[in-house]
Design a protein around this ligand. Structure first.
Ligand code: ADP
Ligand code: ASP
Ligand code: MG
Length: 417
């Protein structure tokens, strides 16, 4: 059995959805498990709807209307008449979304966020599943919330592997074509949870692990994993083969083509991951497998924007060592702030942080109570894996560098944007 994942770009409009069918025609579609995420930029639009709701901003109704029109336009281009039940299914999902907001009594932002943004995936999979049914690719639409169980850490939910494994083995018929949502699951009370932004790649990894799949293919708008994000770096080249450890390092440092959590479940069962172009499905793309050397071997460039560089020093000139560092990390954990890079000296400690959930202000107040704190927001973390002197020279040119760190394989630098 194979697992495929189609992300936002691969289902962003009607032509893209038709292309998904073409990919399945090329690759075959029996014993296939397909994960689909929200169409285009839908998740961002849903995030804005949550903001408007909480700020009691009346733009909310227009925002919902325009998101509905975007999906209805796709439907009109995919299906012949609006008599098709799929139109009603999608309209019903939008009605449910509005009801969720009007009936909501919770003040917990993260909880509400998950109840709302999950509609992007529910709507996208409804459309793709019905379109494939119409065009001869008979499939089962599965609700991922009935298969992936998590804790209730909304927006960053952790998978309960035991329950998830049991449900998947019980409910998924491996011999058919199945379609489900990426990114979403449910907690013990059956409230919807999400696995973190861009988490659909991870969903593919979860299903592959639980189903004991032969491979996972994630279909992207690039030829595979390149030695740099083509939106940022010029003359990038395709990496044909990389190891799990290389992939996990690159994803962790910010190569957004693979969600960093995807690799771990695959590596545990040695399930190969293929990163392929949905525009050229017959080309090889990148294969990620155990222990295979980076091929071609070359410097790989990664940039993570919008980071915060924080330096802490003690108020009384005492050392910042184990006890204080453990207290500082306790706070990072409590505020769901991810640490990208660490550097310390006797009386000062610097970290580059990723504040995905906008909790930095709360953290700052806590840190200021105990330390002298200086920080820079909007900095970028640049990483070169397998660096050369020439690669470093070229990257550093014209940059306002705040911090540098070099280990055997990895060069890192924090610079002002
Ligand atoms: P999805 O459609 O699955 O959400 P993403 O947009 O998350 O796909 O991932 C694809 C994008 O990742 C590419 O368009 C590219 O800009 C970006 N990217 C970042 N780093 C790399 C890299 N090293 N190789 C290829 N693409 C990269
Ligand atoms: N739709 C979600 C997001 O945009 C999940 C994903 O695309 O992987 O974050
Ligand atoms: Mg994405």
């Amino acid at each position: 059995m194979r697992v495929f994942k189609f992300g936002g770009a691969s289902v962003k409009d009607a032509a893209a959805v038709k292309n998904v069918a073409k990919v399945l025609q090329t690759t075959g579609f029996s014993e296939l498990f397909v994960v689909v995420s929200a169409m285009g930029k839908t998740t961002n639009a849903l995030e804005r709807i949550v903001e408007s709701y909480l700020n009691k901003n009346l733009d909310r109704n227009d925002q919902i209307k325009s998101l509905q029109e975007y999906h209805l336009k796709i439907l009109e281009q995919l299906f012949k008449t609006n008599q098709q039940p799929v139109f009603n299914k999608v309209k019903d999902l939008f009605t449910d979304l509005e009801t969720t907001l009007t009936r909501n009594k919770s003040k917990q932002y993260d909880y509400l966020y998950d109840q709302v943004v999950s509609y992007g995936e529910l709507i996208a999979t409804t459309i793709v599943s019905e379109y494939l049914n119409e065009t001869g690719y008979k499939n089962n639409w599965l609700d991922a919330r009935e298969l992936i169980k998590t804790d209730n850490a909304y927006r960053d939910a952790q998978v309960n592997w035991k329950q998830t494994q049991e449900l998947i083995l019980e409910k998924v018929n491996k011999n058919q074509l199945n379609i489900t949502q990426g990114f979403i699951g449910s907690d013990q009370n059956n409230f919807t949870t999400t696995l973190g932004r861009e988490g659909s790649d991870y969903t593919a990894g979860i299903f592959a692990y639980c189903l004991g799949a032969d491979s996972v293919s994630i279909w992207k708008d690039v030829p595979g994993v390149l030695n740099g994000d083509p939106r940022v770096f010029k003359n990038t080249q395709l990496l044909s083969h990389i190891s799990y450890s290389e992939a996990i390092e690159m994803a962790f440092y910010g190569a957004s083509v693979i969600h960093p959590k995807t690799i771990q479940p695959l590596q545990r069962k040695e399930i190969p991951l293929y990163v392929k172009s949905f525009l050229n499905p017959t080309t090889k793309g990148t294969s990620v497998k155990k222990g295979q050397p980076l091929d071609p071997y070359m410097p790989c460039y990664i940039v993570k924007k919008n980071q915060i560089l924080v330096s802490l020093s003690s108020l009384d000139f005492s050392f910042i060592v184990e006890d204080k560092i453990s207290e500082i990390f306790g706070l990072f954990h409590q505020y769901h702030i991810k640490v990208d890079l660490i550097q310390n000296s006797a009386i000062s400690f610097s970290v580059c942080l990723d504040d995905k959930f906008n909790h930095f202000e709360g953290l700052l107040n806590r840190l200021k109570a105990k330390f002298k704190v200086t920080y820079n927001t909007n900095v970028s973390l640049y990483t070169i894996r397998h660096f050369t002197d020439e690669a470093i020279r070229a990257l550093e040119k014209n940059k306002d560098i705040l911090l540098k760190q070099i280990t055997r394989e990895t060069y890192q630098m924090v610079a002002r944007d």
